[in-house]
Design a protein around this ligand. Structure first.
Ligand SMILES: Cc1cc2nc3c(=O)[nH]c(=O)nc-3n(C[C@H](O)[C@H](O)[C@H](O)COP(=O)(O)OP(=O)(O)OC[C@H]3O[C@@H](n4cnc5c(N)ncnc54)[C@H](O)[C@@H]3O)c2cc1C
Length: 462
């Protein structure tokens, strides 16, 4: 079918105003936060219902064009990039909270609702949706489920997967499936719902979701600690975990803190040191604050930490969190080459030592900024582009760094993508974390749900 006819058919499904081919929209909707691939979609379509999504997917099957499902486009692996003439299917109009069910402690919403809006609706009902990260104001629930997003409280609440109780999806073959139905327990054969979580838009378009909600969180106390040595950080985590109800444990270096403070004009909490650890503790008991301070004192005496502050109120807690949460956006100015690796927390000290040596010895020209979710064994290693380097030279070196880290991760039986997914960015690294047999089965699953390969082709694997 000629392109003009195709666009006419799409406009007939969604209405003229929800189909766009303007250059601004093609650029805006054709990329995520990676910026490595120039956007080049065919068009952007914004359906308003599951029926419209299904009609678009069926048309793609009959006419043989590719679709890129698109949420908030905050992804960090190129999953939502449309660089090869695909149709962007943006879920943003499907952004309603359908129902909150306090008795079942669940919330049902459309896929295009933002993570923050879900958190807000849960809080209004006196409950909590505890999955959280710095992009929550822009990312969509559909995107969070499609990437199985993690975030800052995984060590307490788990990843997105832990909270999904139901999904309505349109598969790549155009079938409409209602899965899970909000149930907590449902052992009826293979769990198809789980397959869509983390599938990065390659198996189906997520249209609605039912999420479990938690009780409202207890008050929290937030501490920021300074340490001279990277090697000290895992010991600090263990000390707090043994005596406190940890809800977050994040680490980051002075190189990131200095940039965040400069960009946002923040106040430095204490004199600069090499490493920082942000610890958030739930005040579940009357003595929780004293216990946290006792752990801090002991760590000071042992010389594992060199300085620290405890937030005295919620405003101060939020200020301390900014030092961590603003890192990703602040570093965007240096076009970082991102690595998102994980090892079992017990292996962290050995892994950090080896990875640190690898970066400094083999890649001395790249400034590597390390930060992440220490409590989950998840480290983001962002290599910054030297100003004098061309994009191509930097990319080649970034790929070499990722491969070297991949080989190290494989030695530790870790993950080359802890929470950001594979998308376009990490396809070459798959064999470091998945066996040939696993990859063969993954491709067979893709074939089953999307036999004509119309959904996000080229993402996860070619
Ligand atoms: C400042 C910042 C901080 C971040 N912090 C974290 C963090 O701590 N933890 C973390 O895990 N991630 C983090 N991210 C990454 C990102 O926010 C998450 O991956 C998020 O889940 C992506 O959601 P999105 O709606 O933006 O998805 P998009 O980027 O739009 O899409 C991501 C993938 O999901 C697919 N997709 C989107 N919607 C659907 C749908 N309805 N149906 C099927 N497939 C769909 C896309 O095709 C793509 O493959 C961060 C990003 C930024 C910019």
């Amino acid at each position: 079918m000629a392109e003009a006819d195709l666009l006419t058919r799409l406009a007939a499904i969604v209405g003229d105003r929800y189909l766009s081919t303007t250059p601004e929209d093609l650029i805006q909707y054709g990329t995520d936060r990676t910026r490595h691939w120039p956007p080049a979609p065919l068009a952007v379509v914004r359906p308003g219902s599951v029926a419209e999504v299904q009609a678009i997917v069926c048309l793609a099957n009959s006419e043989g064009f590719a679709i890129v499902p698109s949420g908030g486009r905050t992804g960090l692996s190129g999953g939502a990039v449309a660089a090869r003439g695909e149709l962007v299917l943006a879920l943003e109009r499907m952004n309603g909270i359908v129902a909150v069910d306090p008795e079942s402690a669940t919330l049902t919403c459309e896929a295009g609702v933002t993570t923050a809006a879900v958190q807000g609706a849960a809080a209004t009902a006196g409950l909590c949706y505890p999955v959280d990260f710095a992009s929550a104001g822009s990312s969509h629930i559909g995107g969070n489920i499609a990437t199985n997003a993690g975030g800052i409280r995984v060590l307490r609440h788990g990843m997105t997967r832990a909270w999904v109780r139901g999904l309505e999806v349109v598969t790549g073959a155009g079938e409409r499936l209602a899965l899970g139905h909000g149930l907590t327990k449902d052992n009826v054969g293979y769990d198809l719902l789980q397959l869509f979580i983390g599938s990065e838009g390659t198996l189906g378009v997520i249209c609605t979701a039912t999420l479990a909600l938690a009780p409202p969180p207890p008050p929290r106390v937030v501490l920021l600690l300074g340490a001279a040595e990277l090697a000290a950080l895992p010991g600090v985590l263990v000390a707090f975990r043994e005596r406190c109800a940890l809800s977050a444990c994040e680490f980051f270096p002075e190189a990131a803190v200095a940039r965040v403070i400069e960009r946002h004009g923040l106040t430095r909490p204490f004199a600069a040191t090499h490493w920082y650890l942000l610890v958030e503790i739930e005040l579940a008991t009357d003595t929780a604050t004293e216990q946290a301070l006792a752990v801090f004192d002991a760590l000071l005496n042992q010389g594992l930490v060199s300085a620290g502050v405890m937030a005295q109120n919620e405003a101060q807690a939020r200020e301390l969190w900014r030092l961590r949460e603003d890192i990703s956006d602040t570093l965007a100015g240096w076009s970082p080459w991102k690595n998102d690796v994980a090892v079992r927390p017990a292996l962290l000290p050995a892994f950090l030592e080896r990875a640190n040596a690898l970066c400094t010895v083999q890649f001395p020209a790249l400034e590597a900024i390390w930060f992440g979710h220490l409590g989950d064994g998840n480290i983001h290693i962002n290599a910054l582009k030297p100003a004098a380097w061309s994009t191509d030279r930097f990319r080649a070196e970034g790929e070499r760094l990722s491969a070297a880290l991949g080989a190290l991760v494989q030695e530790f039986h870790g993950s080359i993508s802890a929470e950001h997914g594979i998308g376009l960015l990490k396809k070459a690294l798959l064999p470091y974390s998945r066996s040939a047999a696993e990859l063969r089965l993954m491709r067979a699953v893709k074939q089953l749900f999307d036999p004509n390969r119309i959904l996000n082709p080229g993402k996860i694997f070619d």
